[in-house]
Design a protein around this ligand. Structure first.
Ligand SMILES: Nc1ncnc2c1ncn2[C@@H]1O[C@H](COP(=O)(O)OP(=O)(O)OP(=O)(O)O)[C@@H](O)[C@H]1O
Length: 368
C-alpha cells in the first residue's frame, strides 16, 4: 500500500501534501488547532477535500469536486482516543463486526477476530462485554477491531491520550508490535514525542494547516525546524532569512552558527536552533563579537531541577512571541543577576552552539 495525498480543505484553511510509503508509520505532530484531526477526517472520508486528491494504492479515494469513496469502502481503519466498542456485543462480536459487514461469513469473521485478538493479547477475553474491560483492555480490543478488516491504511488519532499512566505502556507495546513489522502503513496523530519515537518511522509537523517539517522522528526532535518541534524537544529556535553571513532574525540581528541539515541559500527561510543551556545571561552587554548577542526582557523565571529556566523576549521584536529565548542558568547566577519578570538582560550564545537549518515553511512539500 502507498498513500499519496495533496489536498486543500478551504473551510479550515488546510493545505497539505503527504506521501506514505508501504509499511511506513508517519507521526503527525502539531499544536492544538493545527489541522491534524481534519487531515485524518479527510483520509477517513468524514470530510471531502475542496481541492486536490487522495490516492491509496492507485485508487482515487477523493478528489476536490469529483470522486469520493465513502468511509466503509476505503480500506482505511480508524482508531480513536476512546475504544467506542458496541456495548451490547461481546469482544469477539465487536471485532468480527468489520469483516461481517464487508461480506465475510460468520465463521470466517469469527476466525479472523480470534486471530487479531491473539495478536493484541486479548484472546482470553472473547466472551467479555465492553463494561467488563479496563480502559487499556478496551483499547486493545479496538486495535483488534481496526485490524480485523485488514485495512490498507491505519489511522490512529491520539490512541493513548485517554488512557491512564498505568494502561498506556501496555497499549503502546501492542501498537509497537502491530506497527513495527513494516507490514502496515499508518498515520499516527499524537501530542507525545515519546509515542512518535516509539511507534513511527517519520514525523511530520503541521502548523496552521501546513506541513512545516518532515523528517525522521529523531531528526525532528534533535534538529527541529518548527517552533512546535523545538518546544517538544526543549530547544530554542529563532526563525529568519538566510544572508551570506548568517540568519537575519525578526529583531533585525544576525545569528551566526554552524551549518545545519541542508543548504543556507541567501533569501530563503531558515531557523537558528540552540540549547537553553548554551545561552549565557548577563546584566550588562558582555561586549566581544557583535553576533549572537541580544538585549532582552525577562518574561518568566521558573525552577527546573538543578537550574533556573529564564524566558526572555528579544527587545527588537514587537508582539512576536517566536522571538522568546529560553536560557538555563544556575540557581546562584539567577540570584546574583536578580532575575525576575521585567528585568533587562543581555543574552549571548556562541556560534559553535548554534545550528542553522533551512526550513520548508511557506513552501509546498514536493509531491513525488
Ligand atoms: N467541526 C469543525 N467545524 C469547523 N471548524 C473546525 C471543526 N473542527 C475543527 N475546526 C477548525 O479547524 C482547524 C483545525 O482543527 P483540527 O481539529 O483539525 O486541529 P488539530 O490539530 O486536530 O487540533 P487538536 O490537537 O486540538 O485536536 C482549527 O482552526 C479548528 O478550529
Amino acid at each position: 500500500m502507498s498513500l499519496h495525498l495533496d489536498v486543500r480543505f478551504g473551510p479550515r484553511d488546510l493545505d497539505v501534501a503527504l506521501d506514505v510509503a508501504a509499511g511506513q508509520v508517519v507521526a503527525v505532530l502539531g499544536p492544538n488547532g493545527a489541522g491534524k484531526s481534519t487531515l485524518l477526517a479527510l483520509l477517513a472520508g468524514l470530510l471531502r477535500p475542496t481541492a486536490g486528491r487522495i490516492v491509496l494504492d492507485g485508487t482515487v479515494l477523493a478528489e476536490g469536486g469529483g470522486a469520493f469513496v465513502p468511509p466503509h469502502r476505503r480500506g482505511v481503519g480508524l482508531l480513536a482516543q476512546e475504544a467506542l466498542l458496541f456495548p451490547h456485543l461481546d469482544v469477539a462480536a465487536n471485532v468480527a463486526f468489520g469483516p461481517r459487514s464487508t461480506g465475510a461469513s460468520r465463521s470466517r469473521a469469527r476466525a479472523r477476530a480470534s486471530e487479531v485478538l491473539t495478536e493484541v493479547g486479548m484472546a482470553g477475553f472473547a466472551d467479555r462485554r465492553p463494561h467488563q474491560l479496563s480502559g487499556g483492555q478496551a483499547q486493545r480490543v479496538a486495535i483488534a477491531r481496526a485490524l480485523a478488516a485488514d485495512p490498507r491504511l491505519l489511522l490512529l488519532d491520539e490512541p493513548l491520550a485517554a488512557l491512564d499512566v498505568a494502561a498506556a505502556p501496555e497499549v503502546r507495546q501492542v501498537l509497537r508490535r502491530v506497527l513495527g513489522r513494516g507490514e502496515r502503513s499508518a498515520v499516527l496523530v499524537t501530542h507525545e514525542p515519546l509515542d512518535a519515537l516509539a511507534l513511527a518511522d517519520r514525523a511530520v509537523v503541521v502548523e496552521a494547516g501546513r506541513v512545516v517539517e518532515d523528517g525522521s522522528v529523531q531528526q525532528v526532535l534533535t534538529a527541529p525546524r518548527s517552533r512546535f518541534a523545538a518546544q517538544l524537544a526543549g530547544l530554542d529556535l529563532l526563525p529568519g532569512v538566510f544572508t551570506t553571513d548568517g540568519l537575519r532574525t525578526p529583531d533585525g540581528g544576525l545569528v551566526a552558527g554552524l551549518p545545519g541539515d541542508g543548504p543556507a541559500v541567501p533569501g530563503r527561510p531558515g531557523v537558528a536552533v540552540f540549547s537553553p543551556s548554551a545561552v549565557a545571561v548577563h546584566a550588562a552587554d558582555p561586549g566581544g563579537s557583535p553576533r549572537n548577542r541580544w538585549a532582552a526582557t525577562v518574561v518568566d523565571v521558573s525552577p527546573r531541577g538543578e537550574v533556573v529556566r529564564v524566558r526572555a523576549r528579544l527587545d527588537g521584536v514587537r508582539g512576536h512571541d517566536v522571538a522568546d529565548v529560553l536560557a538555563d542558568v544556575t540557581v546562584g547566577a539567577a540570584a546574583e543577576l536578580d532575575l525576575a519578570p521585567g528585568a533587562a538582560v543581555h543574552l549571548a550564545v556562541k556560534a559553535t552552539a548554534v545550528r542553522l537549518h533551512p526550513t520548508i515553511e511557506g513552501e509546498r512539500v514536493p509531491v513525488r
